[in-house]
Design a protein around this ligand. Structure first.
Ligand code: PMT
Length: 405
C-alpha cells in the first residue's frame, strides 16, 4: 500500500536520548515515498547532529524561527505544508509546552500553527512519565485531538526499567500509515454530529440542563473530519474548544437543536446524535428573574421536548442514523428499544453510573448495538478511541450499502 507516498511529514525531534532513533524513522518514511522535513529543538542538537538528519532526509533541517531569510516565515510554511506533524522523541517539556499553548521556538510555533494531525511519541524516564502533571498534560492533549503512540515498557537510558521508552521506529511508521489509510474513509460524505447538553431556561438566569461536556460528540466530529468527511457540528453550550475545520453551530435549547438538525439533514449522508437533549422544558420561561421573596415553594411545570432522533428516524430514508443511549440501569434492554423506536442503524450505549464512563470524563465504556441485532462490548477507552471504533462501524455500514446496491 502507498499510504505514505508523496506525503509531507514534519518530524519534530526534541532533547531525549531516543533522538538517536530519529534517523531510522526518517529512513523508513523516505523508503515509503514520504518527504520528511526535520525540525529540531536546541536540546535535540546535543543528542544528534542536524547533519545526520539532513543526510537521511535529504531536506534542510530547521533549527530556529529566525534563519536569516525572513521572507520565508518558516513555522507558517512548514505548518501549511504538513500532511502530518510527528514529534519523536517527545520530552515531558515539549508535551507540557504544547498542552499550555506555548509557542516560543520553531517546533512549538509550527505545532500551534498547523491544521494537520499531530502525533506525539513520548520518551522519558518512568517517574517523569508518571508525574501527575505530565499525565494531565497528555490527557489534555488527547482530549483536544492530539494522538499518542507509546511510550513502551523496557530498559531506559538511565538503566531503570519501566514505561517511558519511545516506540520503535517501525511501530511509529506503522501508526502513521494507519492514520493515512483512514484519511479518505469518508471523502465526499457529510455528517451532522450533535454534542453537548441543551439548556431549557426557567428565567433569564436559571435553566434545566445536564452534565454533558461535549467531549464525546467533539471526539466524533474530529475523527470524522480526520477521515475526510465534511462535518456539521451542532452543539449545546460547552466549555471546550470545537475541532478546527468543521462547520460549528452553538444552540441552546432542544427546539433550537431540532431546528438546526432539520435545516441541514437534507444535505448530509447521516446524523450522529451524541447530544444529551433535555427531554423536558419549563412550560413557561419567566421574562425577568424569578424573585424568591414571598415564596417558600415553587412548582415548576414541565412539558416534553421533541425527540429529535425519533422524528428524523421517521424520514431518514437511506441516510445513516446513529444514536446514543445514556442509562443508569437495564442498559442493553433500553438501548435495543431505542434502536428500534428511533429507526437507527447503530446505537452506542453507555452506563452513566460506571466509573470512567459517560458524562464529563475523557474516557467511555460503551456497547454498540446494530440493526442486525449484533452487540459489541468495548472496554474502557479514551473518547477518541471510542469515536474511532464508531467511525469504523459507519464505514462498514456504508460499504455494505454500496455492495448491496
Ligand atoms: O458530552 P460528554 O460529557 O462527553 O458525555 C457524553 C454523553 C454521556 C452525553 C454521551 O455519551 C451520550 O450518552 N449521549 C446521549 C445522551 C442522551 O440523551 O441519551 P438518551 O438515552 O436520553 O437519548 C437517546 C438518543 O436520543 C440520543 O442519541 C439523544 O441524542 C437522542 N434524543 C434524546 C432526547 C431528545 N429529546 N431528542 C433526542 O434526539
Amino acid at each position: 500500500m502507498d499510504e505514505l507516498k508523496n506525503k509531507n511529514i514534519i518530524l519534530g525531534v526534541t532533547g531525549s536520548i531516543a533522538a538517536y532513533k530519529a534517523p531510522e524513522i526518517i529512513r523508513l518514511l523516505v523508503r515509503e515515498g514520504a518527504y520528511v522535513y526535520p525540525v529540531m529543538t536546541r536540546s535535540a542538537t546535543y543528542f544528534i547532529h542536524p547533519l545526520t538528519l539532513q543526510s537521511v532526509s535529504r531536506e534542510k533541517v530547521t533549527l530556529s524561527l529566525f534563519n536569516g531569510d525572513e521572507r520565508d516565515i518558516r513555522h507558517i510554511s512548514l505548518s501549511a505544508l504538513a500532511d502530518i506533524l510527528l514529534i519523536a522523541p517527545a520530552t515531558a517539556n515539549i508535551i507540557g509546552k504544547i498542552a499550555a499553548g506555548i509557542a516560543d521556538d520553531i517546533l512549538t510555533t509550527t505545532v500551534v500553527a498547523t491544521r494537520a494531525p499531530v502525533v506525539i511519541a513520548p520518551a522519558m524516564n518512568e517517574r517523569m512519565y508518571e508525574n501527575p502533571v505530565v499525565q494531565q498534560n497528555i490527557a489534555r492533549l488527547k482530549s483536544t485531538g492530539y494522538r499518542f503512540i507509546g511510550p513502551e515498557e523496557g530498559r531506559l537510558a538511565c538503566q531503570d526499567k519501566g514505561k517511558g521508552r519511545m516506540s520503535e521506529p517501525a511501530t511509529i511508521v506503522g501508526f502513521l500509515k494507519k492514520i493515512f489509510s483512514k484519511m479518505e474513509d469518508f471523502k465526499g460524505k457529510s455528517f451532522i454530529v450533535t454534542a453537548g447538553p441543551t439548556r431549557e431556561p426557567i428565567d433569564v438566569v436559571r435553566f434545566i440542563s445536564n452534565y454533558s461536556s461535549g467531549k464525546m460528540g467533539f471526539a466524533i466530529a474530529r475523527e470524522m473530519r480526520d477521515r475526510g468527511a465534511k462535518v456539521i457540528l451542532i452543539s449545546g453550550p460547552t466549555f471546550i474548544k470545537p475541532p478546527e475545520g468543521v462547520d460549528f453551530f452553538v444552540v441552546e435549547t432542544a427546539r433550537q437543536m431540532e431546528e438546526k438538525v432539520k435545516e441541514y439533514f437534507d444535505r448530509v449522508d447521516g446524523l450522529i446524535m451524541t447530544a444529551a437533549v433535555c427531554d423536558f422544558r419549563p412550560v413557561q420561561s419567566f421574562k425577568g428573574k424569578m424573585k424568591k421573596e414571598s415564596k417558600e415553594r415553587v412548582v415548576l411545570e414541565l412539558v416534553r421536548n421533541p425527540d429529535i432522533l425519533e422524528e428524523i428516524g421517521r424520514v431518514k430514508g437511506e441516510k445513516i442514523l446513529i444514536g446514543f443511549c445514556a442509562e443508569a440501569e437495564n442498559i442493553l434492554q433500553e438501548a435495543r428499544q431505542k434502536l428500534k423506536k428511533k429507526n437507527l442503524d447503530l446505537i452506542v450505549a453507555n452506563d452513566v453510573t460506571e466509573k470512567g464512563a459517560g458524562f464529563e470524563v475523557d474516557t467511555n465504556k460503551v456497547f454498540l448495538l446494530n440493526s442486525k441485532g449484533e452487540v459489541k462490548s468495548l472496554p474502557l477507552m479514551s473518547k477518541r478511541k471510542v469515536a474511532e471504533v464508531i467511525c469504523d462501524h459507519i464505514k462498514q455500514i456504508l460499504e455494505e450499502r454500496q455492495a448491496n446496491k
